[in-house]
Ligand binder design. Structure first.
Ligand code: NAD
Length: 470
């Protein structure tokens, strides 16, 4: 583990890792599996400490930490272990007839030195998930977790130190200055998870070195509740997925658009579900807290501005600074330009707008930058198809929320402003892999030889045939 104060030492670690790129890149599948197994064992060994750290950082309950961070992480890790041998194997690629006599294939090679910068909302999952991909691909890694989730970050550093030689993977603890200093180094791949604003900083830095980048960003993920939606289930699932981790999830529902015919019944059902799921949220062991005062203040400000601009408080609206507590809050908003629409909410405040016809709903959505997720609750195939055909997002779900993250077989990531490059399972492996395209030719004969200089009439005939038939 390296603290930012020892800046010179992480520069030297970067150089040290540079010397290992080729050696790590040619490690066998068994060597990589051993490291991943060791990582799995160590995460399991420290699972209670992880829960404790997350309790301190975010007030997360043990059950929530186990299901949303440890289980999702271990399932992805085991999936990688089960499939790595196939992923690493050279992939034969068919050749067109005019390349007869040659064999094309893809060799999976590590990209080289990797930088991973992770956020605070799922600090364990979002640090280790890309690390698994990098280790599977054979890349040395420097990982900088968030300074906001300080307890989890220290533990992440301890686990990495226990499992890996520092030439393979090391953790830098620190804040913005540490991240900015790291971004000055010419990594081969930069994998960033965080806000859109910092994503731009990372991309600018990557441009300086022509490093490849994966940007896992955020955005305002819409939820549409149509006139055909089954309201009791829709409201239960929306409350659960919005207030999980206190709304501090990149793919959490950000705002709701409900068909005007269902507005009243939907809103009263939402209120009922808050009671069902949390009872008194303030005393509920399941209800997470806001990460820190800065985000608490940001959310309080946003709430006040929204109400001042005409939003009606339907539920919640209680703020307790000492506890960084914000009650599950629902706002009914008429004005599409209410301040609540000016930033990603990333907290337990949920605005509900009504719409008149699905065309109106998609117009509303398409005014805003592309989201990481989008959701629709409907029982009509026609409505579902219309919604999918007329909107874009990184991923999403029909008649649920968040669940797309749990399937490691699905690529996870954004679209345009919500990021690019995909993660999870094979996609994480590929993010850190150079797919080297190779054509193996006979040492003695190749059709291509027939087509080289000097050109003559016979060769021109062959070329004309190619033009005609291939
Ligand atoms: P953030 O962008 O503020 O910070 C993320 C990381 O970047 C931290 O490690 C931080 O130290 C570093 N950082 C902050 N400012 C920096 C700067 N100026 N230069 C370089 N590095 C800097 O994000 P956050 O507040 O930690 O996380 C919340 C955001 O992350 C939300 O927008 C959320 O939607 C997004 N997010 C996305 C995903 C995803 O998978 N797409 C997952 C979780 C969170």
């Amino acid at each position: 583990m390296v603290n930012f104060t020892e800046i010179g030492s992480f520069q030297s670690k970067f150089e040290l890792q540079g010397k290992e790129v080729l050696a790590l890149g040619k490690t066998t599948v068994w060597q990589r599996l051993k490291k991943l197994k060791n990582l799995e064992k160590t995460i399991i060994k420290y699972q209670d400490d992880i829960c404790e750290a997350l309790k301190k950082d975010l007030g997360k309950s043990e059950a929530e930490s186990k299901i949303s961070e440890i289980f999702i992480l271990l399932s992805e890790l085991r999936h990688t272990r089960r499939n790595l041998s196939t992923w690493m194997t050279d992939k034969p690629i068919s050749s067109p007839l005019f390349m007869l006599g040659s064999r094309s294939y893809i060799r999976h090679e590590s990209k080289g030195r990797a930088l991973i910068i992770s956020p605070w909302n799922y600090p364990v999952l979002l640090s280790f998930s890309p690390l698994i991909g990098a280790v599977a691909a054979g890349c040395p890694v420097i990982l900088k977790p968030s300074e906001y989730s300080a307890n989890a970050s220290v533990l992440i550093a301890k686990i990495v130190e226990e499992v890996f030689d520092e030439r393979e993977a090391t953790v830098v603890l620190g804040g913005v200055e540490a991240a900015q200093a790291l971004l000055k180094l010419p990594f081969d791949h930069m994998y960033f998870t965080g806000s859109n604003a910092v994503g731009k900083v990372v991309m600018r830095a990557a441009a300086e070195h022509l490093s490849s980048v994966t940007l896992e960003l955020g955005g305002k993920s819409p939820v549409v509740v149509t006139s055909s939606a089954y309201v009791p289930k829709a409201s239960e699932r929306i409350i659960f997925t919005k207030f999980f981790n206190n709304g501090q999830i990149c793919i959490a529902p950000d705002y709701i658009l409900v068909d005007k015919s269902k507005k009243d019944v939907f809103i009263s059902s939402l209120k009922k579900e808050i009671d069902n799921l949390f009872g008194q949220a303030k005393t509920s062991r399941d209800y997470t807290r806001i990460i820190n005062k800065r985000h608490y203040d940001r959310l309080k400000d946003l709430f006040e501005q929204s109400v001042e601009a005409g939003a009606e408080v339907i539920a919640g609206g209680e703020f307790i600074e000492d506890e960084l507590y914000i009650s599950p809050t629902i706002l009914y908003v008429k004005d599409e330009d209410n301040p609540i629409m000016e930033q990603e909410i990333f907290g337990p405040i949920m605005p509900v707008f009504e719409y008149d016809g699905l065309e109106h709903a998609v117009q509303f959505i398409n005014r805003i930058e592309r989201s990481l997720a989008s959701y629709i609750y409907t029982t009509s195939k026609k409505e579902e198809t219309y919604f999918l055909n007329h909107t874009r997002s990184g991923g999403g779900a029909i008649n649920h929320g968040l669940v797309q993250l749990a399937n490691y077989n699905l690529p996870f990531g954004g679209s345009s402003q919500s990021g690019f490059g995909k993660a999870k399972g094979v996609e994480s492996f590929l993010a850190f892999t150079n797919q080297r395209s190779l054509v193996k030719n006979s040492a003695y004969f190749s059709i291509v030889d027939l087509l080289g200089y000097p050109f003559n009439k016979a060769k021109l005939k062959i070329i004309n045939l190619l033009l005609r038939w291939f």
